[in-house]
Design a protein around this ligand. Structure first.
Ligand SMILES: NC(=O)c1ccc[n+]([C@@H]2O[C@H](COP(=O)([O-])OP(=O)(O)OC[C@H]3O[C@@H](n4cnc5c(N)ncnc54)[C@H](O)[C@@H]3O)[C@@H](O)[C@H]2O)c1
Ligand SMILES: [Zn+2]
Length: 352
């Protein structure tokens, strides 16, 4: 994998250095309206010095669509971008996904640099080469695997991010901790959201990104091991969809944090995952994320949502589970009674 990842809180210097090493004719920066307002001013001088041309799109996943993509292509074209041009994506996962796809397809592909501005995009979306847009009512329906040349990861942009967004991204870090080692996981459980510490967060972020990077290195196109990154997501997506049906959406990472409780319970039931780790994790999640409310009347709907999770091949419910921290087993087929029992235990663990 040739992608370069820089972890730094001196982003301006990292931008300078990165651009010094790239031979380009025109430089573009893609933002959404929020990152244009909150983040761009932090890097404006450095980018202007390099003659950057701004492209801005509307914010939010609903705008990760063909219309925004076409706007980016148009702006690139009308401002004279060629295959020797470079696009910097400065934003959350919405911007890095869409900008990565725009760059990968414009003139059959121009180089791009990601500067993630949400914790979720830093730890997940900006790294690993998945790019794309939503289409025809379906998430990430059209896209390509193509990595950014360089990803500059920093906690500097995060100070304007709502705390819910920070916690949402942190859930993916907890997932990486569980896929990695007790040392990494224990450090993550010590992090205190009340005591914002950008340097410590950057260190944790580096460890976490390296976990994803290693998994992606072994399975870049999601043929097997990369499904480990689905930990927490089968139950998490079901919670997310149920919340949507109730017309009260929850952040993706919160759904994953709660979904991981269900899946660690299943890991304990099926693979003898250590129950003391499960309890420590559930306690951390309850204290920091609260609980997603469900009753046994929701079980049929949740089971049906889990069965229809798009990453599942057949009608069975299929999870990525853990034998222990760092020991993941993909494609664990479970029966419905076990899932119902795990949902009962989830409710006990989050006190509902
Ligand atoms: N490619 C992948 O592997 C991958 C992985 C996970 C998620 N994703 C995608 O990522 C997207 C979600 O990413 P996200 O959670 O970063 O959402 P997002 O990019 O929509 O950002 C969330 C909100 O925060 C705002 N924002 C961003 N940075 C900010 C900052 N520093 N200060 C203030 N506001 C800021 C955005 O404008 C937006 O309103 C989804 O489209 C999802 O499909 C992709
Ligand atoms: Zn996720």
């Amino acid at each position: 994998m040739s992608q370069k990842i820089i972890f730094t809180n001196d982003v301006n210097q990292a931008i300078e250095k990165t651009l010094d090493g790239v031979d380009y004719n025109k430089l573009f920066v893609l933002t959404d309206i929020n990152t244009a307002h909150f983040v761009m001013p932090k890097f404006k001088d450095t980018l202007s010095k390099n003659g950057v041309i701004d492209i801005t799109i509307k914010s939010g996943d609903v705008n990760k669509n063909l219309e925004s993509l076409s706007h980016v292509w148009k702006q690139l074209g009308e401002n004279g971008a060629t295959r020797r041009s470079v696009l910097i994506n400065l934003g959350g996962g919405m911007v890095t996904d869409l900008g990565g796809f725009a760059a990968s397809t414009f003139k059959r592909g121009i180089r791009f640099i990601n500067i993630p501005t949400t914790l979720l995009s830093a730890v997940d979306a900006a790294v690993g080469g998945k790019t794309g847009i939503n289409f025809n009512g379906l998430k990430n329906e059209v896209g390509v695997f193509n990595e950014a040349d360089t990803v500059i990861i920093s906690t500097l942009p995060l100070d304007t991010l709502p705390i819910e967004e920070v916690k949402s991204g942190y859930a993916e870090m907890l997932k990486h901790g569980l896929l990695s080692s007790p040392e990494v996981f224990n450090k993550l459980l010590e992090y205190d959201f009340q005591d914002y510490n950008p340097e410590l967060l950057l260190d944790l972020l580096e460890e976490s990104v390296n976990v994803k990077r290693e998994i992606v290195r072994q399975d870049p196109h999601e043929n097997g091991l990369r499904r480990a990154l689905n930990l927490g997501h089968t139950a998490g997506h079901a919670f997310e969809s149920l919340a949507m049906k109730r017309m009260s959406p929850i952040p993706h990472g919160y759904a994953v944090a709660w979904g991981m409780i269900v899946e660690l319970v299943l890991s304990h039931m099926i693979l003898k995952f250590d129950s003391s780790v499960l309890h420590r994790y559930a306690d951390y999640v309850y204290r920091n994320y609260g609980a997603f409310n469900i009753t046994c009347e929701d079980y049929p709907e949740l089971l049906s949502l889990m069965r229809h999770d798009k990453k599942i091949n057949s009608g069975e419910i299929n999870f990525s589970l853990l034998g222990s921290i760092g020991d993941v087993k993909i494609n664990c087929i479970t029966d419905e009674d076990d899932v119902k029992a795990a949902l009962d235990i989830y409710r006990d663990l989050v006190h509902i």
